[in-house]
Design a protein around this ligand. Sequence first.
Ligand code: PEP
Ligand code: MN
Length: 369
Amino acid sequence: MGDSTIEAVQMLQVMDKYGAWPVAAHKRPLLIAGPCSAETEEQVLQTAHGLKAIGADIFRSGIWKPRTRPGSFEGVGSIGLQWLKRVQLETGLPVTVEVANARHVEEALKAGIDILWIGARTTANPFAVQEVADALEGVDIPVLVKNPVNPDVALWIGAVERLATSGISRLGAVHRGVSQYGHSIYRNRPEWQMAIEFRKALPDLLLINDPSHISGNRDLIQSVAQMALDLKFDGLMVETHIDPDAAWSDSRQQVTPVQLAEIMRQLVVRDELPEGVELKSVEDLRTAINEIDDQLLEMLSYRMKVVDDIGRFKKMHNMTIFQEGRWNELMARHLEKSGPKGLSEEFIIQLFRAIHQESINKQTGILNA
Ligand code: PEP
Ligand code: MN
């Protein structure tokens, strides 16, 4: 462990049983950045020097890459650890790498890596998380845990608990969105509610947002990162490459260090209650929101009563619940109407999918009563 570890340790002190990282004393947002994958020694070092120059706090790079399908670039492997050691030495930045099994842990520890992270596919598998946790018994290195690929907060918390049980006291979480079926502007749908729930359960844990894997596309990073800051995330993990378009993995979502500096410059860091601001001025607006929500609930309840009537009609005539043509027609109509009203396609699709699912559940109950 080099001097860079000391810096990392200073900001990663133990505070509670899960070993929270005191971020109040540290700058917000904490910036973790680096390539999706280490490709060559030059690419790693050039990116790291670029990131040091723009004030990044921690350097990240994958060397063992869990890819969705075989045949894609699966990482350079252990040789990359030597490159990360050069990053520590030349830039003084703490370095972090993804580990997915006991061998990765052993090699990363031997190489003096400062921080480990657990990837989304690994978090989804308790056997793998337990193997990593067991390999970490008695070694108190900071660990970041990405949310699982599925929207399961308990599974995410469970992974954190497995590590805490092994004695890891400096734990942080990375929100990177979840897999989805069908069309969306995101590569991994953010499901912000999931991160909010996680923070409710573990309020003292450092919470980092990964706008790169949520976006899948560099043009969306700014807005996702801003959203994260507005939800009081403590930091960001942003994939950065010296030549993004030529990257061997996740090329569309990576940015150069200079582009990242511009993203950071444009981010607005807001406080929950800035000094001198009185909450009174928003109280009226909050009352209005409450009233609107009440109306929404009334309308939804009324809609479901109409749905029940249709269910009884279908039962009487022996019709299927799902009528594909009708569903497509409804969605097209909603999208056409909602665009000019400033409602995003993403939101309308999600909203009406949920309403439609509830309608199907109701009608299933009626048909099978
Ligand atoms: C990564 O950070 O490069 C990565 C593989 O991310 P995730 O585990 O979130 O898919
Ligand atoms: Mn990646």
